[in-house]
Structures are given as structure tokens and as C-alpha cells.
Design a protein around this ligand. Structure first.
Ligand SMILES: [Zn+2]
Length: 430
């Protein structure tokens, strides 16, 4: 590919050839002075570090109060989600995942981290073979052209001293040994051809301390990404204090869960000392701002996290939006509203004057790293996961290229994609 501009590690480079062999970038080098170009602006494609595909089936069905309820929040939304989860069969799960994943690709995602907790049949037995439901998600991702990082998660209780209820019982992995054997089977049966399998625990409320510790140890031994929901809701913090006498990230640190392979999904309500905990352990935070907005969760402390050097990735989570652009820009827009200023994610003393640098890095590089993928940048040796922005006229100067990029990121209607490439293949019908 020959581009007028490419986005490379936080800056725009003019007139570059991106050579691709077998789905991988083999070289990036300047074009000859008189060579024609075939793309205006190439960006690394984006990585969706946190998805629950089945929630695509319910996203428009929860935007009202039920009669008899005077308010709605995460917990009442969750009851509806359990009902949807309880009923979905294999064919429906495939159809829902395929529709969802196709939209992810159309909006510029090259991969999905499927945080998978729908493990059992509707009648609560295990599927035969056990990986059947996970397999239809992998099949859907392949059909859509997405790389899949399947993250089967341990889920064994409704909370401290609380049983699983209703549709939630399909998530049951019983104990650490049962979960780890199941995850090993998924790795053996489903890995390859664009699919890899990581590890995770659903949350502190869904797993015992012993399971958190065992899963973290296994991820470290096998060098696998390790994901968990944490610090999304204030009630979750209270429950952690009731059970452990400590807030969630302090508990996760104490069982060895935090580290360079670990991703904390949400991280919305951080306690004193949490940012330092994340920084010191090089743990990633996966922000899901369209979902956090939809569920009324709260605001991410993005400015402070970035200032401390904590990597932020993005995730579509409940599928309210499957646009990486919307996730990225909300991280900035929420800080603007919170702090009543413009261009909030900037650090003049470090010469970081454009929020887009941190936002694009969150969408591409940090997401790929959180999922253990060799992708996320336009560089030799990495997957050829790219999005090409269309321009109405040649981009003669860096200012023109930057304006196109920022118009795409922050404004509506956005300039369209000319193409989305995952592993070197064009995925948009043109
Ligand atoms: Zn989630």
C-alpha cells in the first residue's frame, strides 16, 4: 500500500509504502518522489479488548423504566441481561455474534477480546463437546474477518455468600480446578487460524479468593493475558470491603492478579493508591466508556492514569456502540465535561499537545497488547491490521492530514473509511 500519510507511533509520516506479506507488514519505507499513492491516510486498525457478543441481542431493549420501578441502574440492567443469557441457544448465539462482529469490522476493529462467560446449556448441563458455545463465537469472528482472543472467565457464585440465580447459572464454572480444565480444553480445541485463548475471572464478586489466585498463577505460568472486571460500581467496592476489608485492586494485588499481562476492565472507581498499584505492576485498564455511559457507571480518571503512564485500552462491552472512534473520543470528552476545559488529555510539560495521540494509542497499541496480539502499530513484523481514511482531496501538508484525522475522531459526520484491512485482507465492500 502506498499512503500519502501514515500514523506511526504518535506522529504522522508523509508518503510511505507499507509492504504486506501473508497478512503481516514486512516493511515500512518512504515512497519514491514521483510514485503515485493509493490511500490518503492509513491508521493502525483498532482492538476491542472487551466484548460480550450476546449482549448485542438486548442493546435496544433496556432504554426504558419498567412499570413499578422508579429508577434503573447497572443492577437492574443486569437482571435483564441474565434473562437474555438464560435463553440463547447455539444458533442464536452464532447469529448474534456474527451480526455484532461484522459491525465491529465495519467500524474499524481488527480483533475482539470476547470475555466469555456463557458456558453451559440453557438446561445448565455442559455442552457436548464442552467448547460448543465458545466455538460458535470463534466461527463468527472468522466469518466476519476479526481476530479473536477468547477469554473464558471463571464464574462460580452470585457474590460473597450468594448463590447463582436464574440465567446466571449458565455461567457456572464451579471451582478453580473445573475452570482451568475447561480453559485448557478451549485452548486445545479452538486455538489457531486467527483465534487465541486467554484466561480471566469475571469479577471479585463472582470468584473466591482461591480461584483468583489460581487463575492468576496459571496465566503467569502459561504467559497468557489475564482479564477481570473491577471497580465498575460503587456497590462492588462496598462488597469488597465487607468480604476482604479492602477495595478491589488491593485484593487483586494481594493475590498476584495484577501485572504486565493483566487487564482491569472499567477501573472507574479507583481508591487511593490504585493508580500507583496499576503503574507499578504495569497493569492495563480497559475503558468501556459507551457502556459506562449507558449504565450510569461513572467517569474514568483518564487524565491521571495517562499522566502516571498506565496503559488504557478500549472495549465495546455491552455493545451499546461498536465504534472504536466513539470509545476513544468519549475518554477525552468525559474529561472535558468533568474538568470544564478543552483538549483535556494533554500534557504541555511533556510536549503532548493533542489528545488524539493518547486516544489512538488506547484504541490500537494498548488494545493489542492487552490481548497478547502482535498488532496495534504500523511496523514491520506486526499484523497488517489497518484502516484507510478517505480524503476529498490530496493531503498536501501535515496540517491537512492532522485535520482529517481529528475531524474523523471528534466530529460528525465523520470522513468515511476507504477500507478496513484485517491481517492484510480488505473487509469492506466497496
Ligand atoms: Zn463486561
Amino acid at each position: 500500500m502506498r499512503a500519502q500519510w501514515i500514523w506511526s507511533d504518535g506522529r504522522l509520516l508523509a508518503r510511505q509504502r507499507v509492504s504486506i506479506e501473508g497478512g503481516t507488514i514486512s516493511a515500512v519505507a518512504p515512497l519514491e518522489p514521483d510514485e503515485a499513492t493509493d490511500h490518503a491516510l492509513l491508521l493502525p486498525a483498532f482492538h476491542n479488548a472487551h466484548s460480550h457478543a450476546f449482549q448485542w441481542a438486548m442493546r435496544g431493549a433496556t432504554q426504558h423504566l419498567d412499570a413499578g420501578h422508579t429508577e434503573d441502574d447497572f443492577w437492574s440492567w443486569r437482571d435483564k441481561m441474565f434473562a437474555v443469557a438464560g435463553a440463547l441457544d447455539l444458533d442464536e448465539a452464532f447469529a448474534v455474534a456474527l451480526a455484532c462482529y461484522r459491525q465491529m469490522v465495519a467500524h474499524g476493529y481488527a480483533s475482539v477480546g470476547e470475555f466469555h462467560y456463557l458456558h453451559r446449556r440453557p438446561d445448565l448441563g455442559w455442552y457436548e463437546p464442552q467448547e460448543a458455545l465458545a466455538a460458535v463465537h470463534c466461527e463468527a469472528a472468522r466469518a466476519a474477518g476479526l481476530s479473536m482472543v477468547l477469554i473464558p472467565v471463571a464464574y462460580e457464585r452470585g457474590g460473597h455468600n450468594r448463590e447463582l440465580v436464574g440465567g446466571q447459572r449458565r455461567f457456572d464454572t464451579t471451582d478453580a480446578a473445573t475452570y482451568l480444565a475447561y480453559a485448557a480444553r478451549l485452548r486445545d480445541q479452538l486455538s489457531g487460524d486467527g483465534v487465541s485463548v486467554a484466561l480471566g475471572c469475571h469479577s471479585l464478586r463472582a470468584c473466591s479468593r482461591a480461584t483468583l489466585q489460581a487463575v492468576a498463577r496459571e496465566a503467569s505460568l502459561l504467559d497468557l493475558p489475564l482479564h477481570i472486571h473491577a471497580c465498575e460500581q460503587r456497590r462492588e467496592l462496598r462488597e469488597s470491603i465487607e468480604e476482604y476489608g479492602a477495595e478491589p485492586l488491593e485484593v487483586l494485588a494481594s493475590v498476584g492478579f495484577l501485572g504486565p499481562h493483566a487487564t482491569v476492565v472499567h477501573g472507574t472507581h479507583l481508591a487511593a493508591g490504585d493508580i500507583e498499584r496499576l503503574r507499578a505492576t504495569r497493569t492495563t485498564v480497559c475503558a468501556c466508556p459507551t457502556t459506562e455511559r449507558d449504565l450510569g457507571d461513572g467517569f474514568l480518571e483518564a487524565y491521571n492514569l495517562i499522566e502516571a503512564g498506565v496503559a488504557i485500552a478500549i472495549g465495546s462491552d455491552s455493545q451499546t456502540s461498536v465504534s472504536p472512534r466513539e470509545e476513544m473520543r468519549l475518554i477525552e470528552f468525559h474529561e472535558r465535561l468533568r474538568r470544564e476545559r478543552r483538549n483535556a488529555l494533554t500534557y504541555p510539560t511533556r510536549a503532548l499537545l493533542q489528545p488524539s495521540a493518547s486516544l489512538l494509542s488506547a484504541g490500537s497499541r494498548a488494545g493489542a497488547e492487552a490481548l497478547g496480539l502482535r498488532s496495534g502499530r504500523i511496523a514491520a513484523g506486526l499484523a497488517a491490521d489497518l484502516v484507510a481514511l478517505a480524503a476529498p482531496a490530496p493531503l498536501a501538508t501535515q496540517e491537512e492530514a492532522q485535520t482529517l484525522l481529528h475531524t474523523w475522531l471528534f466530529c460528525d459526520p465523520a470522513p468515511p473509511f476507504a477500507q478496513v484491512y484485517t491481517r492484510g485482507l480488505p473487509r469492506l465492500l466497496t
